[in-house]
Design a protein around this ligand. Structure first.
Ligand code: G4P
Length: 289
């Protein structure tokens, strides 16, 4: 992911408008499917979603599961299930988990289907609103479910799509989020994790600092992967020194023998985003923003 960084300006006015629209449209649906990025399941959430959803049935989709740590994704799914929220791992690039979503939705909404039947509305399709902050893969997921001809993936999330209904089959209809949702702004770690995964432009943050944050997580949870990728048997305790060690291994030396840490940082972030280091999840179930 290179030029796909989200560059939307979230203004309080836009946010209030989007929130009102969602609150209004949510009345039209039977459930809400919330898409999060499986690598950052906390930071890729909109903080107002639980309040907006209220008592409606809620399904969480851990998208981009192909890039996330499968063990951590499984822990997240159990965590949500234990809290009464059905959830599923999805890879909207290959389509994995997309068909399962249909059965999960229909099972979750069995009571609603029963009610429709009792009221003589047996043929009524279930309606689900799909919500997610930009870049979690909402368009890709809808494309997979509905078919490419009907939903367009847009590289600049939020710029194009308006209110849109999609027919999946005779039993299921999707409503795309009316408006653009935002992440939790007031948390530094949220901003950092979004930038590390490439969901927001990293040029607004210090690249070396981001790389050092990433190294901190990698050292704690994925040391073996880093060691294998960069041919290092130990990583210095200090994150800057660790970045230097990685850069040195890649021959990123500038005049005077110093490591080009900016280049090393960019390389490390790029390799993470392209899944070269391995399947990595930055936020486990104990993470809080
Ligand atoms: P959005 O509507 O939520 O804003 O997101 P969108 O579907 O546009 O997806 C954002 C980027 O994430 C796209 O990459 C898309 O291909 C990628 N993506 C979406 N779902 C998955 C997934 O499950 N796995 C993986 N690996 N990637 C996913 P892009 O760089 O903009 O384009 P491209 O790589 O498709 O060319």
């Amino acid at each position: 992911m290179t030029d796909n960084n989200v560059n939307i300006n979230w203004f309080p006015g836009h946010m209030t408008k989007a929130k009102r629209k969602i609150a209004d449209q949510i009345k039209l649906v039977d459930a809400v499917a919330e898409i999060v990025d499986a690598r950052i399941p906390v930071s890729s959430r909109n903080p107002d979603i639980p309040e907006l959803i209220g008592d409606k049935p809620h399904i969480v989709l851990f998208n981009k599961c192909d890039m996330a740590d499968p063990e951590k994704t499984a822990e997240w799914i159990s965590f949500y299930k234990n809290n009464g929220i059905p959830s599923i791992a999805v890879d909207s690039k290959s389509g994995k988990g997309v068909a399962e979503f249909k059965s999960l939705a229909k099972n979750t909404l069995a009571d609603t289907l029963k009610k429709y039947k009792e009221k003589g509305m047996s043929g009524k399709a279930l309606r689900i609103m799909v919500v997610g902050i930009p870049n979690v893969g909402k368009s890709s997921f809808i494309n997979q479910l509905v078919g490419k001809a009907k939903a367009k993936v847009e590289n600049r999330p939020g710029v194009t799509r308006g209110n849109q209904w999609f027919t999946v089959d005779s039993e299921l209809e999707l409503l795309d989020t009316p408006g653009v949702l935002w992440p939790k702004f007031d948390s530094q770690s949220v901003g950092e994790h979004l930038a590390i995964t490439g969901a927001i432009a990293d040029r607004i943050l210090d690249t070396e600092l981001l790389a050092m944050r990433l190294i901190e997580i990698l050292k704690a949870d994925y040391f073996q992967l880093v060691a294998a990728r960069y041919g290092l048997s130990v990583l210095p305790d200090d994150n800057y020194d660790a970045l230097c060690a990685i850069g040195k291994k890649r021959g990123m030396i500038i005049r005077g023998g110093e490591v080009d840490t900016l280049r090393a940082a960019n390389m490390l972030l790029e390799e993470l985003r392209n899944c070269k280091i391995g399947k990595i999840t930055l936020e486990g179930v104990n993470f809080s923003a």
